[in-house]
Design a protein around this ligand. Structure first.
Ligand code: PLP
Length: 758
């Protein structure tokens, strides 16, 4: 597969970069030709560390600037750009903890060597701090704190500034660092400036650190990662020219004794830019999604090249010592140490072998736990399939979810909190993914429809109160207890069943104020009082449900007010009789939006949280305030041409009136695509164009008419719900076309669809 190959290409360069780093520290050509060695170790090898930083930039830093781009209007997306999505934060935290752990391990490995060679004789406490934070506790370990500090700086800046501004800032920092590094000779001649740099060098020994060096490459990686079109010929020419210029720059500085240190060149930036583009270019053609899939297949392997290169980096200075020691022991110093090339090869081989062994042991030791963790992280980010986007899938925009949460919270009365409805798999979005994200956003109350939904959330670590809105058979009462689920008391008789269970159960009492579906009738105050006396119930809440809060017609308004009055009257009577009233709630999405004054301790918002409302006109009214969380996508499986009068699909329902190009999609009504969209009622988006559904939607496949759309090919992504180019199809459009509400369309989206976080 092409993807795999290109990934290996990137990995191959990692390996090359690791051996270049060893070259820096062993000078393989020093014994043969001074200038050749200078070129190899002080110029060519200087691409290695920036390359590592750029990979981090592409996969970690780029996320800081990713917002909900196309699903949100330009205006809001700009605002959102400053609010990193919480899954970005999670990824960042994971990455930082991983790299901190690695740094700590490396510190420990080099501790004996450092002590032996007297590295840690600090004059002041700051010396220790400087070593830990800037210089590294061994000569190559500066990389880890530099990477951490660089990421943190870019992350903090990304809270306030846009990518171009941050790129400019990190470039300026780099230039600043340059004059303390390769261009120090210029600085040296200006006393005031020299003095300033000398002060800085008390804080850190080199400007090649997390402040002046790392940010620019992290940002560069992020920038290139976001580029869609790159021209590999241009990249190749650009690389050759800038690398040549860098070589000249390096030698000029060297000859004129300008360099205090030799990590930073002006031309290193264009060189890295073109080199990285060149390395990425193969991957580019196959798209990002496949990259993720192959990333996952890598997870399954026992040892991967990434870990090996990381360990080569960490371990090679120790191997230099080992080679020297062995050389001495065997009386072969002449060969193993003095011959710089043999020395280099010996160190490289030994580093490679020991890195492989360490990576293997780490894998074996941590395998069960790590794999579980990696897989869980993967599930969280990409959904539960090894190749989530190969057929038909749902993409979740967690930034939109967060926005919606904040908007709905702004509508809440004082002291009230959200109790999102995540029933029916969070209205088709994926209850676990959504609830976990809500947990992270500080939400700790949920409602579900049935006990099994509650169990699924608990098994996946969702915290807080989970209220079951519907019926649970008494046989399942032990489950309520075991999973700490809260049951609705759906009427008086049911209260007795709950009470007879024998162990205490948490409940909310349902009050029927006019919906006449569930709940004890509000006028039966005696029944309600009896429920309060039941010793087997722990009454945490009491609620009712409004039946016409979506309407603003006078009759509906009056009825809603009457329902609220009945509810509050019941509460007042309980209070008057001396009962302690638990938490109360009566609002769902429409109630909160239309009648915020009705109050309550919780608002059980469902549909609005997902960024739409039940009807199209309401959805449109809130279009700028509520942002759709879900997109539904599938693949084009096949493209073919129909001659005039040929028909396609079941029942010959579509017949070509002229030569017609059709495409088959890998999604059908079993995935929740309403069959009523057949025969041109519905459309999908492909490459920014609308294409009508042709003939009858099948169980697993759908045919569309793409006659007027250029370049449609097998494997193309089609958007069924969501945005493509300037076109957008909302779930509200589909609901309108199929004469139902968005709630139904969403909650019917099938379990065969994979849910992924965008
Ligand atoms: C489904 C449900 C909700 C959520 O309704 P939305 O209109 O989607 O906000 C709230 N309360 C009860 C009792 C429900 O059944």
């Amino acid at each position: 597969m092409k993807t795999k190959q290109s990934l290996c290409g990137l990995d191959a360069f990692r390996l090359a970069a690791a051996f270049l780093v060893i070259a820096i520290h062993t000078s393989p050509l020093a014994g043969f030709h001074g200038n050749a060695d200078f070129f190899l170790t002080r110029i060519l090898a200087r691409v290695a560390v920036p390359f590592f930083l750029m990979i981090t930039g592409q996969f970690i830093v780029a996320d800081f600037f990713d917002n909900a781009d196309h699903t949100i209007s330009r205006d809001t997306s700009k605002k959102l750009g400053q609010n990193a999505n919480s899954s970005t934060k999670l990824k960042l935290k994971k990455y930082l903890s991983k790299i901190c752990l690695l740094y700590m391990a490396a510190i420990l490995i080099y501790l004996p060597i450092g002590i032996y060679s007297g590295l840690y004789h600090f004059q002041t406490a700051y010396d220790g701090f400087r070593m830990l934070i800037f210089d590294g506790t061994f000569y190559h370990l500066w990389y880890f704190p530099a990477c951490i500090i660089g990421i943190l700086i870019v992350y903090l800046l990304s809270r306030f500034l846009s990518l171009p501004v941050i790129a400019a800032i990190s470039f300026i920092l780099y230039i600043f660092g340059l004059f303390g590094d390769s261009y120090y000779g210029l600085t040296y001649d200006i006393p005031a400036v020299k003095e300033m740099y000398d002060y800085m060098f008390m804080a850190f020994s080199y400007t090649r650190n997390g402040i002046f060096f790392a940010p620019v490459f992290l940002v560069l990686g992020a920038v290139i990662g976001r580029q869609v079109h790159t021209d590999s010929r241009l990249s190749a020419i650009g690389f050759c020219l800038s690398f040549m210029a860098m070589t000249i720059e390096g030698f000029m500085l060297h000859i004129h004794h300008m360099q205090r240190h030799d990590s930073m060149y002006i031309m290193l930036i264009p060189t890295m830019y073109f080199l990285y583009r060149l390395l990425l270019d193969v991957k580019r053609r196959t798209g990002n999604m496949e990259y993720r899939s192959s990333l996952q297949s890598h997870i399954g392997q026992s040892v991967n090249i990434r870990q090996v290169t990381t360990w080569i980096y960490v371990i090679h200075p120790a191997m230099i010592i080992v080679v020297r020691a062995v050389g001495k022991l065997l009386n072969q110093t002449e060969l193993f140490v003095s011959n710089s090339l043999v020395h280099y090869i010996a160190v490289s081989l030994l580093s490679l072998i020991s890195a492989y062994v360490i990576a293997y042991i780490c894998r074996k030791l941590m395998k069960p736990k790590m794999n579980r963790r990696i897989h869980r992280a993967f599930d969280h980010t990409f959904g539960k399939s090894p190749t989530p986007t190969n057929r038909a899938w749902i993409e979740l925009d967690m930034v939109a979810l967060q926005k919606n949460v904040h908007f709905l919270q702004s509508k809440l009365p004082e002291g009230s909190v959200l109790m999102p409805a995540v029933k029916a798999d969070a209205y088709g979005h994926g209850a676990v993914l959504i609830s976990r994200e809500l947990n992270r956003l500080g939400i700790n109350h949920f409602c579900v429809a049935c006990a099994d939904e509650g169990v699924e959330l608990r098994r996946n670590g969702v915290k807080g109160e989970i209220l079951i809105l519907g019926y649970t058979h008494p046989d399942a009462f032990p489950i309520l207890e075991r999973y700490k689920l809260t049951q609705t008391v759906i009427d008086y008789a049911y209260a007795c069943q709950l009470n007879n269970y024998g162990r205490k159960l948490h409940v909310h009492i349902g009050i029927d104020t006019g919906m006449h579906r569930l709940g004890t009738r509000s006028e039966n105050i005696d029944d309600i009082i009896s429920i309060f006396h039941m010793r087997g119930l722990i009454i945490d809440g009491m609620y009712t449900h409004l039946s016409v809060s979506d309407s603003l017609f006078p009759r509906a308004k009056a009825f809603t007010r009457k329902q609220a009055d009945c509810f509050y009257e019941t509460i007042d009577r309980l209070k008057a009789s001396g009962y302690k009233v638990p938490k109360i709630h009566l609002q769902a999405s429409y109630g909160l939006l239309n009648y915020p004054e009705l109050g309550g301790d919780y608002a059980r918002v469902g549909i609005a949280l997902y960024g739409v409302l039940s009807a199209k006109e309401d959805t449109d009214k809130y279009a700028n305030l509520l942002l759709p969380v879900l997109s539904l996508k599938a693949r084009v499986s096949s493209v073919r041409t129909l001659q005039k009068d040929e028909s396609a699909g079941y029942g010959m329902a579509f017949t070509a009136v002229k030569e017609t190009k059709i495409a088959t999609l890998s999604i059908g009504y079993a995935d929740g695509l309403p069959r009523n969209l057949s025969n041109g009622v519905g459309s999908v988006l492909i490459n920014g164009h609308k294409a009508k559904i042709a003939g009858r939607i099948c169980m697993d496949q759908t045919i569309i008419d793409v006659t007027d759309i250029p370049y449609v090919a097998s494997g193309d992504i089609v958007t069924i719900i969501g945005t493509s180019g300037n076109e957008m199809i909302g779930v509200a459009d589909i609901a309108e076309q199929t004469h139902t509400i968005t709630n139904e369309v969403l909650s019917r989206l099938g379990s065969r669809l994979v849910r992924i976080v965008k």
